[in-house]
Design a protein around this ligand. Structure first.
Ligand code: PLP
Length: 400
């Protein structure tokens, strides 16, 4: 169905269950709609500074922060061009579509990529990472680039263990972390975990429109930046530091800052730890539901490593011979529920239920109910009653 045909969709608010972009709270939408202001104004600078400080609290860093107008890809690129020189080697665990895409970007920029292979359903074997680092006797590897939450597979990577692998092998490489689908949903601690560059975007846990991204940067990374020779201009951190707004070589996206101030307010009002707990609860409810569906040879959790389940997205693997696009299409066109598609080699085989951002129990249950009905309407085998399993779990851990 084309965008112009959306008027034929059922009435009522769309349940947006993509793993990013995500639902935008009404108060954030209103804040983004702030009339234009001069981004040099002292009044706006206050908003800008408050956002900088708040974002650092969410990243759990006291170090540097640079922001960009552009989606997560912009922050990926900024992290690479600011830290490396042509031919530098990076070690990138291959955990799913997004790690592959970051690796491809690095190659296009003239960097050497050494991948550590991993089973996309099981995740990275830390012993393999340690072995790759230990084998790098001449310390050619300049950085490990790790995707904290693989949005394509629904699997989280324990960054503290990646840090431990670097420490155990005494390897001096920088640690770059993609927090695009984890920040503001899953615990992330830039300074405690010794992350040197933390890449994030506006449109997921921060509950904002797409269009702004950022990198938290450590002192160690700033030292590496001083020697980095890849060409850069718009993303150049040195250039940014020379400006009053320590980012944005061009016009500052003021509307997004008004929105960010509001989304940070919402996050801090709820409490960051409570935000993580809510995501963990809702994520577990979705997994209980999918596990139930997997009876009768139904769809199953793509991630087979329970220690690594993502609390922000669940990838659901269709039974052999059934196309997930039919299910996604019914969910969208019959029930107005938008699900994520399978990416890369998972296209057609996996659909994704996003459960991050501005979300509560009824929204998750409504989404799951629409998926269960879509499975039934498309003749996909499954054990009915997955939504009941989710409800039972959600009711268990709560009070009236
Ligand atoms: N990294 C991860 C983990 C993502 O989920 C995404 C997008 O979904 C990206 C990178 C790319 O970000 P963007 O689409 O904002 O450019």
């Amino acid at each position: 169905m084309s965008a112009t045909e959306t008027a034929t969709r059922p009435r009522g608010r769309q349940f947006f269950a993509n793993p990013g972009p995500t639902n935008i709270p009404d108060s954030v939408l209103r804040a983004v709609a702030h009339p234009t202001v001069d981004f040099q104004d002292a009044a706006f600078m206050e908003v800008y500074e408050a956002c900088f400080a708040g974002l650092k609290r969410v990243l759990k860093t006291r170090q540097h922060l640079f922001m960009y107008t552009g989606s997560g890809h912009a922050a990926w690129e900024a992290s690479l061009v600011n830290l490396f020189s042509p031919g530098d080697a990076l070690l990138i665990p291959e955990t799913g579509h997004f790690s592959v895409s970051w690796a491809n970007m690095a190659r296009d920029l003239g960097l050497e990529v050494r991948e550590v292979g991993a089973d996309w359903r099981q995740g990275l074997d830390m012993a393999a990472l340690r072995a790759a680092l230990a084998a790098d006797k001449d310390r050619a590897i300049k950085a490990v680039c790790a995707v904290h939450n693989e949005t394509s597979t629904g699997m989280a990577l324990p960054l503290a263990e990646v840090r431990a692998a670097l420490d155990a092998t005494g390897h001096p490489a920088l640690l770059l972390a993609d927090t695009i689908s984890s920040l503001g949903s899953i615990d992330f601690r830039m300074d405690d975990w010794g992350v040197d560059a933390a890449v994030g975007g506006s449109q997921k846990g921060l509950m904002l429109p797409t269009g702004m991204s950022f990198t938290g940067v450590s002192e160690k990374a700033m030292a590496a930046h001083a020697d980095a020779r890849l060409p850069k201009h718009y993303f150049n951190w040195t250039g940014m530091l020379a400006r009053k707004q320590r980012s944005f070589i061009g016009t500052v996206p003021t509307g997004l800052f008004f929105g960010l101030r509001e989304s940070l307010r919402l996050i801090e009002e709820e409490g960051l730890e409570q935000v993580f707990a809510r995501h963990a609860r809702l994520g577990e409810a979705v997994r209980r539901c999918v596990r139930h569906w997997s009876g009768n040879s139904g769809p199953q959790l793509f991630c087979t490593n329970p220690g690594r389940f993502s609390d922000s997205v669940t990838a659901v693997l269709m039974p052999e011979g059934f196309d997930c696009e039919a299910v996604r299409s019914t969910a969208l066109n019959r029930f107005n529920v938008s699900l994520g598609a399978g990416l890369n080699k998972l296209a057609g085989r996996v659909f994704r239920i996003g459960h991050l951002g501005d979300l509560n129990e009824p929204m998750v249950l409504g989404t799951l109910a629409a998926v269960e009905m879509s499975l039934k309407l498309n003749g996909v085998p499954h054990a009915p009653g997955g939504v009941d399993a989710a409800m039972a779990f959600l009711a268990e851990g709560t009070t009236a």
